[in-house]
Design a binder for this molecule. Structure first.
Ligand code: ATP
Ligand code: MG
Ligand code: MG
Ligand code: MG
Length: 465
């Protein structure tokens, strides 16, 4: 009978039951009395189970005494009460089988010591074996499941939006091009530019930067929808909160306004934080101990308190008068930088904050214009330690206002003809937001670099694994 470590530790088996646990050695310690204690983990939970191995086993000196961190083994044994601290159960080993040795333990890159996050990134394929990467992976999974569960329970449908698109979205210029390998052999136009009409899609194509426009079409029929998928941005700066490939959660809601989606964002964050606190208490205890001592209390605080709302205009006043010198000076009309966002969330409020009604001219064409003629119904959720984790807005549902905006921003009407159709046929007020999944994981775990909360980070000069 095979058993997962988590089931052994949770007491799913009776004392005296014989089970086999398969996994990897975390540590081995030998007592003078001729017994070895081998800690085994299999990723099913944070903790390892202790196998007590007696020297009577046939392969005790040939195998057991040679086990090092990272060796893969199967240990058969009987479930026993553990005298040691922390754990209720252990395994009294009756058989140890070694699947794979660690060649030269002295040079094993994941040898048991504290490695820097930078070092671990160079071993993206071995990093999953570390405590920190295992904990991140389980928390990430828990958050993803909780997000889907939250929307499902609220009556939303999950929509997969395209990864390849010929629309350059907001003209933000952070696009990755998609082409066939023969791109270089494509004909040229008179101006010497590549003529994509002969290429696979018949047009220049890109990786998506957001599923929003596509998901709006589904909200205009199924009312409450969301997309949760990968998005791509050729971010030209190396920051600890930007990846070239990241996952985004984008709900879109018909008949909703800015306050409705601010509420939705708050409810969703509380729901998923609660899920993590309940389901991943083991991993969260690790983060609180090793990465950020506030990791648990911070989430509990968010769950227990109402979010603070603030207008962009008021935030600007606060930033101007807070007595702090920022690298980027603030005045009404500027886009907030991470330093401003962090000040507001970390120092001014000490919790996530919802900032609303940004200047129209720094925001995308599709955001709904407010009556004051200078702001749009946009909101960002700013979190301590990170800054923006969510960006959202009410969408402009009035065709004439949308068209004025497209014209003012010099965006090509032809490309948005399908998007304009949504306003021509049964348009409704609607709103939505985008939550960067990795920023969420970073906030929850207290990890300070977004590259350490995604299995395989993509960033400038790094896409090797
Ligand atoms: P920022 O100001 O931090 O560059 P943004 O305003 O450009 O973010 P949006 O276009 O509003 O980002 O995207 C919605 C959300 O996606 C953001 O709130 C953030 O959580 C996340 N996000 C945006 N860009 C990245 C990125 N390069 N890597 C990881 N997450 C990102
Ligand atoms: Mg950006
Ligand atoms: Mg932003
Ligand atoms: Mg934004």
């Amino acid at each position: 009978q095979y058993a997962a470590v988590k089931d052994v530790l949770a007491g799913k088996f009776a004392i005296g039951d014989t089970v086999t646990v398969r996994g990897w050695v975390r540590t081995r310690r030998d007592s003078k009395a001729g017994i070895s204690f081998v800690n085994l983990h299999d990723g099913s939970c944070f903790d390892a189970v202790q196998a007590v191995v007696p020297s009577e086993l046939d392969n005790y000196s040939s195998d057991v005494l040679k086990l090092t961190t990272g060796c893969s083994v199967a240990v058969e044994g009987t479930i026993a009460e553990s005298a040691g601290q922390g754990q209720d159960f252990e395994l009294q080993a009756t058989n140890v089988h070694v699947y794979g040795w660690v060649e030269d333990p002295d040079t094993y890159p994941m040898a048991p010591k504290r490695h820097s996050m930078e070092y671990l990134r160079e071993y993206a394929h071995l990093r999953p074996r570390t405590n920190v990467a295992g904990a991140v992976t389980r928390v990430r999974h828990c958050l993803a499941q909780a997000v889907h569960r939250f929307f499902h329970e609220q009556g939303y449908y999950w929509i997969s939006t395209p990864i390849i698109t010929t629309s350059d979205a907001e003209g933000a210029g952070e696009l990755f091009r998609v082409s066939t390998l023969d791109m270089m052999n494509l004909p040229r136009t008179d101006k010497g530019e590549i003529d994509y009409s002969e290429d696979f899609f018949g047009k220049e194509a890109f990786l998506t930067v957001s599923g929003q426009l596509n998901v709006e079409a589904f909200a205009s029929a199924l009312s409450k929808v969301y997309t949760f998928g990968p998005t791509f941005r050729a971010e030209n700066s190396n920051t600890s909160r930007h990846l070239a490939e990241f996952w985004m959660i984008e709900p879109e809601v018909a008949f909703a306004d800015l306050n409705d989606i601010a509420r939705l964002a708050e409810d969703m964050l509380k729901y998923v934080f609660k899920a993590v606190l309940e389901e991943r208490a083991d991993d969260m205890a690790f983060f609180a101990q090793r990465i950020d001592k506030e990791a648990i209390t911070r989430l509990q605080h968010v769950v227990d308190n109402e979010f603070v709302h603030m207008d962009y205009t008021d935030a600007i006043e606060i930033l101007k008068n807070c007595g702090k010198t920022f690298n980027y000076p603030v005045e009404w009309g500027v886009d907030l930088q991470s330093e401003h966002e962090r000040y507001l969330a970390e120092e001014h409020v000490g919790a996530p904050i919802i900032l609303k009604n940004y200047p129209r001219d720094i925001k995308a064409f599709y955001m709904r214009q407010n009556d004051d003629g200078k702001t749009v119904a946009a909101m960002d959720v700013l979190a301590p330690g990170i800054g923006e984790i969510i960006g959202g807005s009410a969408r402009e549902e009035r065709l004439d206002v949308l068209d004025d905006r497209l014209a003012a921003m010099d965006l090509p009407f032809e490309e948005y003809s399908w998007y304009r159709d949504l306003r021509r046929y049964g348009t409704v007020p609607h709103a939505g937001f985008g939550l960067g999944f990795e920023r969420l994981v970073a906030y929850v775990t207290g990890m300070t670099n977004i590259r350490d909360v995604i299995p395989y980070p993509r960033a400038p000069k790094s896409a090797d694994f």
